[in-house]
Design a protein around this ligand. Structure first.
Ligand code: CUA
Length: 165
């Protein structure tokens, strides 16, 4: 079979690039232990979240570290907070410089969880507990939003974290 010279060059280049990518994939997985961020580390019985998941709420762990347990459900994030925004959604407050771990699960369908202007993005799947830790340096109000369509109230599903001076 005749293969044109330049076509052969391109085939070699493509094979080399694919080989490099595959080697990087293997090295990442086997040497550096890279895993998908959504890889669940904790499982929970989705029919027994009240028994198996901690009471929703913000816990002060000391040293500027906080943990907040969140229960996602149609169509709100329950942060166990007494403070509400104008729409009746939960509001929590932490001081600037805090490092907050969000631990979240769902009691019904799949939801999403992102925090405005911060690197946090969880697919909230029933039966899984998602965890993400975020450092809040800049004071302000940041919404936590559901980014997975979860029914007719999806677009209203949010909560707020206020980072205070
Ligand atoms: Cu919950 Cu969309």
């Amino acid at each position: 079979m005749h293969v044109d010279r330049f076509e052969r060059y391109w085939l070699i280049i493509i094979a080399a690039v694919m080989g490099a990518f595959f080697a990087a994939l293997l090295a990442g997985a086997l040497i550096f232990g890279v895993r998908l961020p959504s890889n669940p580390t904790q499982y929970i019985n989705p029919l027994a979240v009240d028994e198996e998941f901690p009471e929703p709420g913000l816990r002060d762990m000391g040293n500027g570290q906080y943990t907040v347990y969140i229960l996602a459900q149609m169509w709100r994030f329950d942060l166990g907070s007494d403070e509400k925004d104008a729409d009746g959604n939960d509001v929590i407050r932490v001081p600037a410089g805090s490092q907050v771990t969000f631990s979240i699960t769902s009691r019904d369908v799949t939801h999403g969880f992102i925090i405005e202007r911060h690197n946090a993005n969880i697919e909230v799947v029933p039966g899984h507990v998602g965890n993400v830790t975020v450092k809040f340096e800049t004071p302000g109000e940041y919404r936590m939003l559901c980014h997975e369509y979860c029914g007719q109230g999806h677009h209203r599903m949010h909560a707020t974290i206020i980072v205070e001076e």
